[in-house]
Design a protein around this ligand. Structure first.
Ligand code: PEP
Ligand code: MG
Length: 365
């Protein structure tokens, strides 16, 4: 386990004394969360729950859910994942005691869960108790040629509300469990991915609130939580004043926001982006450093519009840019409340946030 000590720890202390923005980490495993904490993270800004679904038994349960012939059958498939998901959150909340934890509801490209081989198809039919024809039909129906622009993020929650209901239940039951075990009150920040409209948020928020009410009743507990959204699509940034009517926080997902603003695939950009920087069309890789003229303007506009509707709205960033010093300077200039980055970048982010705060003070004088 890494630990900061000696001169490095002293330097970090100086940085912390001057910075304004909080530094959180992107973490979903207990190891990442512990590392983040040791490096000085002040919370989790992004827990990507899809990574928790890649274990074989969970993939099987999701596949069963996809081919299920009724809502009840879907719920039965998901009920198998619930205790595992609850345990994930109990672990994270316990490690991050006293600090905020933002949990993003499932956001996988759906194709990663579809059965691929003949063997897969047969196995799903067997465990789901449906015929092979149904499995083939659903798999073909859900196939996409461009999954990163397809059935992912909250679109999945709209099509299969049971997934987000299961996750919300796991989160709330974990809060109750941690309270009983440690006396600590966790206030989870539940984040809805890839939304482009207030209506998506309204539908999904209503479902989450209903689950919270059920858990409160069943457990005789009072739950506090925030529901917010990621801003990862230009339309979300443009409609931020409407999204903020429903969302209590925004987190800028600048990986997708860069992809969708430029129309450049984040997974394939390496094939031609170097030519663009060589030719002087772009000064730097926009997937590394926030492009101030395009993506940055959308961030700034969304922050302004969001604040107009909800002056106290909490604003953060959780794309890879959250660990890039030049982008952190940009985040300070827009007045974000926190940046969230990978655990090993937390010290760099602490330093960059301090430098950015000092620079903005100098400018203001
Ligand atoms: C993003 O899009 O910036 C983000 C943080 O989400 P992900 O990288 O998981 O798509
Ligand atoms: Mg994203």
């Amino acid at each position: 386990q890494p630990e900061l000590s000696g001169d490095f720890a002293t330097l970090m202390g100086w940085a912390d004394a001057v910075r304004r923005m909080k530094i959180r980490a992107n973490a979903e495993t207990p190891l990442d969360a512990r590392t983040a904490r040791k490096f000085g993270a002040e919370g989790i800004g992004l827990c990507r729950t899809e990574h928790m679904f890649f274990e074989a038994d969970r993939i099987t349960a999701v596949r069963r859910m996809i081919v299920a012939e009724s809502v009840e059958a879907r719920k039965v498939a998901l009920a198998e994942i619930l205790p595992m998901q609850r345990k994930d959150f109990v672990e994270l909340f316990t490690i991050m005691t006293g600090l905020p934890v933002t949990i993003r509801l499932l956001d996988p490209p759906l194709h990663e869960f579809l059965p691929r081989t003949e063997e897969d198809l047969a196995e799903v039919a067997r465990v789901a108790g449906v015929d092979l024809g149904r499995v083939r039909h659903r798999t073909a129906q859900l196939h996409e040629s461009n999954p990163m622009l397809g059935h992912r993020g909250c679109r999945l929650g709209i099509s299969f509300p049971e997934i987000y209901e299961m996750q919300a239940r796991a989160i709330f039951e974990a809060v109750v469990e941690v309270k009983a075990a440690t006396g600590e009150t966790v206030i989870p920040e539940i984040m809805i991915p890839l939304a482009f409209s207030k209506k998506e948020l309204d539908i999904l928020k209503a479902a989450i609130v209903a689950v919270a009410a059920s858990v409160e009743k069943e457990k005789g507990a009072k739950l506090d939580y925030l529901i917010g959204t990621m801003i990862e699509l230009p339309r979300a940034a443009l409609r931020a004043h409407e999204l903020a009517e429903t969302a209590e926080f925004f987190s800028f997902g600048t990986n997708d926001l860069t992809q969708t603003t430029f129309g450049i695939s984040r997974d394939d950009a390496g094939t031609f982006l170097p030519d663009y920087t060589r030719a002087g069309i772009l000064e730097q890789d926009p997937f590394v450093t926030i492009d101030r003229d395009g993506v940055g303007e959308l961030v700034s506009l969304a922050a302004e519009r969001g604040r107009k509707t909800r002056p106290e709205i909490k604003l953060g960033i959780c794309g890879e840019h959250g660990g890039d010093p030049a982008s952190i300077h940009f985040c300070e200039s827009v007045g974000l409340d926190y940046v969230s980055c990978s655990p090993y970048r937390v010290p760099i982010a602490r330093l960059a946030a301090a430098q950015a705060a000092l620079r903005s003070e100098v400018k203001a004088e």
